[in-house]
Write a protein that binds this ligand. Structure first.
Ligand SMILES: Cc1cc2nc3c(=O)[nH]c(=O)nc-3n(C[C@H](O)[C@H](O)[C@H](O)COP(=O)(O)OP(=O)(O)OC[C@H]3O[C@@H](n4cnc5c(N)ncnc54)[C@H](O)[C@@H]3O)c2cc1C
Length: 417
């Protein structure tokens, strides 16, 4: 079924009786060429590109809950390609280009909105860092603009420019950055993969990974064993637990990240805005809610709900930066489990077990990676060689120390990235 304006019109005039489910609900087969563990954005995009780019369709995505119920449906939807370090910068550049054609490719409205991101800076050191980052982004072939305080004021007059503690000195803008509707991205990839023959199996938790003679041969699930030539991990915050089923210890700590949305307000925030102090980030949804978040909760946890100290910190920062929001009501808050690596950059690599592949360590930046991650992971699984845009996401860097990509410069502390 193709979506189009005509189709919407026709269905509207005929009682909306012609819409079909977006994907099949198959029983698991006893064997697949590839089993992907995790039906989030990355697992679904990987299945889609395996089928579309590599013609590999005997694939199952096994999801313990429902498709899109993990972080892909819980994030603050920011999409950008403004990284500084080689390794990250070419990968996110690749991903943003895929975002730009994704809706047409999937024939699915994911409400991609290139409204631009402004990263504010508040002191000379942060300004220098923004200039360096901007130059790196431009060298990579993406867009970046340095904005003065007055230029920021024109774009976002509601910010607190009189705050002595966090003076706004300017911002680094990327106009091609923006937001997309997160769960629609999962649905679009699910539909695209399902249409190409991939089995999307919900309520199918993987409980074990079968390894014989150093090679993966299948998985155990709550719906029975499934044999597989290749098994690909895409379990985000649960990556450490899933890898442990194969006897692997990953350099990952799982932490909760919270997000918040206010009641619906008239349009006020036209861009995505991030603050270098307090690490606040805000945007406004199409329904009018202000969507925002800040730091991780500081201790490891697998609970997908947050703790009050971080709620307090986030609200304080928000009110300091945008005093008018003190009058708005908070509608909802929620949390998701982040797979944090020691350098804050991801892993897309073979594992030490033959046929078992790793895609994890997205920290709190994996939504923008979704198309890129799917495409390069599918390439790795299909060809056993890393994709050119993802040659540096090696697992071994955490053993050897060579090739670490620490964008934040905070050192090997998972929760500070
Ligand atoms: C509050 C919040 C805000 C964020 N904001 C942003 C942002 O603005 N921009 C950005 O780029 N990123 C953001 N992120 C990060 C981003 O959401 C994640 O990095 C990304 O979604 C992770 O990849 P995924 O979509 O595949 O994960 P998920 O959707 O979590 O998919 C993993 C799936 O694996 C399943 N699973 C786990 N264990 C098993 C098992 N044993 N068997 C079967 N299935 C299993 C889970 O149920 C889950 O559905 C944010 C995250 C949160 C929580």
């Amino acid at each position: 079924m193709r979506f189009s304006g005509w189709r919407v019109l026709r269905e509207g005039l005929t009682g909306n009786k012609g819409w079909k489910p977006h994907w099949r609900d198959p029983e698991p087969k006893s064997e697949y060429d590839v089993v992907i563990i995790g039906g989030g954005g990355h697992g679904l995009a990987t299945a889609y590109y395996l089928a579309k780019e590599h013609g590999i369709t005997n694939v199952a995505v096994l999801e313990k809950g429902y498709l899109g119920g993990g972080n892909v449906g819980r994030n603050t939807t920011i999409v950008r390609a403004n990284y500084y370090l080689p390794g990250n910068s070419e990968f996110y550049s690749h991903s943003l280009k895929l975002w730009e054609g994704m809706e047409q490719d999937l024939n699915y409205n994911a409400m991609m909105s290139q409204r631009g991101i402004i990263n504010l800076f508040h002191n000379d050191g942060q300004r220098d860092a923004a200039v360096r980052r901007g130059n790196a982004i431009i060298n990579q072939g993406d867009d970046a603009e340095l904005l003065s305080r007055e230029q920021v004021r024109k774009l976002a007059p509601f910010l607190n420019f009189e705050n002595n503690r966090f003076p706004i000195m300017g911002g680094l803008m990327q106009r091609r950055a923006g937001t997309a509707r997160h769960d629609a991205v999962a649905w679009g990839y699910a539909r695209g993969a399902g249409m190409r023959g991939v089995d999307l199996i919900q309520n199918c938790e993987v409980t074990g990974i079968d390894v014989e003679g150093g090679k993966v041969v299948g998985v155990q699930t709550v719906r029975g064993p499934i044999r597989a030539k290749k098994v690909a991990l895409a379990a985000a915050g649960r990556s450490g637990q899933v890898a442990a089923m194969a006897g692997l210890t990953l350099p990952i700590e799982s932490h909760v990240l919270q997000a918040f949305v206010s009641e619906g307000l008239k349009p006020i925030v036209d861009h995505v805005i991030t603050f270098a102090e307090g690490h606040l980030y805000i945007s406004q949804s199409d329904k009018g809610g202000l969507v925002f978040g800040s730091y991780l909760d500081f201790y490891s946890s697998y609970a997908a709900r947050g703790n009050l100290p971080m709620v307090e910190h986030t609200m304080e920062t928000f009110v300091a930066m945008v005093p008018a929001v003190s009058k708005a009501r908070l509608l909802r808050s929620w949390g998701g489990i982040m797979d944090m690596t020691p350098d804050g950059s991801p892993i897309i690599d073979h594992s030490p077990i033959d046929g078992l592949y790793l895609n994890c360590g997205w920290c709190y930046g994996g939504f923008k990676a979704t198309p890129g991650s799917g495409s390069v992971y599918a390439h790795l699984i299909a060809t056993d060689r890393p994709h050119g845009a993802a040659t540096k996401f090696k697992l071994d860097r955490f053993r050897s120390g060579v090739g670490l990509m620490d964008e934040e410069g905070t050192g090997a502390q998972h929760n500070l990235h």
